[in-house]
Design a protein around this ligand. Structure first.
Ligand SMILES: Cc1cc2nc3c(=O)[nH]c(=O)nc-3n(C[C@H](O)[C@H](O)[C@H](O)COP(=O)(O)OP(=O)(O)OC[C@H]3O[C@@H](n4cnc5c(N)ncnc54)[C@H](O)[C@@H]3O)c2cc1C
Length: 419
């Protein structure tokens, strides 16, 4: 007779997605082990911009990417960069991205992003209240500013498109900027304000708080790197650098590193790549901004956090192996020059790079496959922090033995078999 494994579900990956899911699963009464080769929260979830970006219902890429390709290949510090050595590997992903910009798939992506984003704020409010830490999220909105008069039609068009998608958005003239964020430069022309957004004051702290509460609910955290695994009658066996771990189910939540284990366990090769992003943390900058501010033209975000002001952004295609181009993080400080009445203090600043997990249709995979033995929650690209709490609620629903997708029709858009 097969021995029942002591673990109901092994969660591979202790980023924001794995940890929120682990807590939600434990709260449903499951015996949960989280396995990660690093301490929790040391992947992309460590250094993101902290923006609860519910307004981002359009994929980051559009057809202008084609026109920008030559600059992407030649300007190492531009907002978008492709390492030419990585280009052959990235080309199939780019081809799929372009196919997804056709009207029908584009509409599917927008609908999929909307469904997740509309549920995100409520899910985070519930989760943070349950942790007793609603203070970690400032629900004060966020702002997209523009500085060139000729950008106004672009911004107005964006406002109209967002309005069609029922995203709450207000146009702010320059005078409203002066009143609300008086440290911003008087040369800014105005912006779009998004009242239903917010920012986390320390994304890493959020992971740590979740880990503490998860441990109190019985979740075990093990520092092990998963090398592979296989399915069998009783569930799943994972091979790690420390030995073997058996569970009834596994949740793959390894962010940008999820493709290999998914292929091993499900036989499916997902077109997961990474959009590498950077931040520069300015520890001496406090009280400059009341909320996160993004520059339309300069294409980066500035978020006020407990540890200072975080400048973040940039998309770099260079894979998971090549070392960070930290000049891209320092470039963020140069980009900030001229956006404030007085330039930012960059002394003691620290640069950072992280791997956004990105699929070419800009939607994550949230699914249950292989007779319910394998759950998947990865590929949240630029929005993993925003969408973590709602993803965890859905995963906890899905993990239950008798739940099938028929009962969760809203999740159809995120299934593995779309690839
Ligand atoms: C510069 C930047 C700014 C961003 N800004 C925002 C923002 O403002 N708002 C927002 O919503 N999102 C933002 N994001 C995106 C967000 O950070 C990611 O989508 C999110 O962190 C992904 O979380 P994750 O848990 O899937 O992955 P990760 O946080 O990367 O966690 C994956 C974990 O899996 C572990 N792992 C991998 N392979 C294995 C293995 N074989 N065995 C064991 N463990 C393994 C890793 O060690 C890691 O801890 C930003 C990202 C970047 C880079």
């Amino acid at each position: 007779m097969l021995k029942e494994p002591p673990v109901d579900i092994a969660v591979v990956g202790a980023g924001i997605i794995g940890v929120t899911c682990a807590l939600a699963l434990a709260r449903r009464g499951m015996r949960v082990v989280v396995i990660d080769g690093q301490p929790p929260g040391h992947g992309a979830s460590y250094g993101n911009a902290g923006h609860l970006a519910t307004e981002q219902v359009f994929p980051i890429a559009d057809l202008s990417i084609l026109k920008r390709l030559p600059a992407m290949l030649t300007d190492p510090l531009g907002p978008l960069r492709v390492d030419w050595k990585y280009l052959p590997q990235a080309l199939p992903w780019f081809a799929r991205l372009l196919l997804n910009l056709r009207p029908a798939p584009y509409q599917r992506t927008v609908a999929g992003l909307r469904t997740l984003n509309e549920a995100s704020l409520g899910a985070w409010q519930r989760l943070l209240r349950s942790l007793g830490r609603p203070d970690l999220l400032k629900q004060e909105g966020s702002l997209l500013v523009f500085e060139r008069p000729e950008s106004r039609p672009l911004l107005e068009a964006l406002q109209a498109r967002l309005g069609q998608q029922q995203v709450p958005v207000d146009f702010w003239p320059a005078s409203a900027l002066c009143e609300t964020a008086p440290q911003l430069s008087e040369h800014l022309q105005g912006g779009l304000f998004f009242p239903a957004t917010g920012h986390f004051i320390d994304p890493y702290r959020v992971v740590c708080e979740l880990v503490e509460v998860a441990k109190a609910c019985g979740v075990q955290f093990q520092r092990q790197h998963v090398r592979g695994g296989h399915l069998h009658m009783g569930g799943v066996s994972l091979a790690t650098d420390q030995g073997r771990l058996d569970a009834r189910q596994v949740l793959i939540a390894c962010g940008a590193h999820s493709a290999k284990l998914t292929a091993q366990l499900t036989g499916k090769h997902v077109p997961l790549d990474t959009e590498r992003g950077y931040h520069l943390m300015l520890p001496h900058e406090h009280d400059r901004l009341p909320f996160a501010v993004t520059s339309l033209e300069r294409k980066f975000i500035m978020t006020p956090m407990a540890g200072g002001l975080r400048l973040a952004g940039s998309v770099e295609f260079a894979g998971l192996e090549s070392p960070p181009t930290l000049a891209r993080a320092w470039q963020l400080q140069r980009l900030s020059q001229g956006l404030f009445r007085q330039d930012l203090d960059a002394s003691d600043a620290t640069p950072w790079m992280g791997f956004r997990p990105s699929l070419p249709d800009s939607l994550p995979i949230i699914d249950k496959v292989c007779d319910g033995k394998v759950l998947l929650a990865f590929g949240h690209q630029h929005l993993g922090l925003t969408q973590a709490a709602v993803t965890a609620e859905w995963v906890a629903e899905l993990a239950a033995p008798l739940v099938h997708f028929q009962g969760l029709a809203a999740l159809e858009a995120y299934r593995l078999n779309r690839f």
